[in-house]
Design a protein around this ligand. Sequence first.
Ligand SMILES: [Fe+2]
Length: 372
Amino acid sequence: MATSSFFSPKVYFGEDSITFLSHLNHKKVAIVTDDFMVSSGKTRYLIDAMPHASVSVFGEVKPDPNVDILKAGAAQFKSFKPDAIVALGGGSSLDAAKGIKVTLEALDQNHRIELIAIPTTSGSGSEVTSYAIISEPENGRKYPLIAQALMPDVAILDPHLVLSVPRHIAVDTGMDVLTHAIEALVSTGANDFSDALAEKAIDLTWRNLPLIYNDEKNIQARMHMHNASCMAGMAFNSAGLGLVHGMAHAIGGMLHIPHGKINAMLLPLLIEFNAEQASPQTLERYLKCAFIMGIQHDCPRQSIAQLVQQIRNLNQQFAIPATLKKLGIDIAAFERLREQLIDAALADGCTASNPRQASPQDINQLLSLIVG
Ligand SMILES: [Fe+2]
């Protein structure tokens, strides 16, 4: 293994961990969030937790943030000069806050801003990664930006903030967590530290996501999923991801499919694809994943077939369809985009660390399998 390093913000977790906010001694705090967080009173709750801070709220983040959102946020905060940005919301708000932070720091290079990430969904892991996904609506592209400056300084994982997430979103984002963990485990950048976190994230997700599906108010299961999301984020931040994410960014961006859902649909196909020509080390890693999910078979190939089947069963249980046709996507529109989708998947920053190198023909075949 080549020399590696492992970065992580300070992480506060568990019920009522949001109260740690009151211990942070910032004078000027900028909150980056969406209009729902403002109208539902969650933003007010944060402001009340920081009675000594002067606060400015930018509540205009939309799903799949683009450069215009970053510019608007930076314009609002430029003269305010915050010493901290609190990012409150799902992956979109966290990624937008990262972009606004680096934009402000680029405008005034002597001004260092602390970034505090408070996720309200259990999925992206953005609170502990140096990734930000920024969209370009004109061509439907999503770009993963990767830079150490995008890593938050503090992450707060309070399960009460995810309790009201509806279960169809909880399972989509939860399948994103499972995909992060499995892709990190078999990635070409996997290492002992990322393995430990990925394996635990798979275990927690496998046991707790079905519990949330059956009972949205299960606070213990919500807490474990929130922690799993963070651990999977730490794992892929260190190890990298793979072709599920490379293809999901392309398909999801151009056809407007929720990120976790398209990952869940692609994951079984990519395990089959990768395992077909896998090194002994990659096979062993998929077997480890199967073992965590309770699959033990004398024949390794049978174990991997069962792993794929278990993930398909989970998708079925969560009402996540197996094909774009069943999802109601306009297939003629998909076919018009096919060449662009192949190019975008190959160029995506996540594709390079997939354990099996894919050719344009391979991706074309995988696209045919997902169409249905
Ligand atoms: Fe993801």
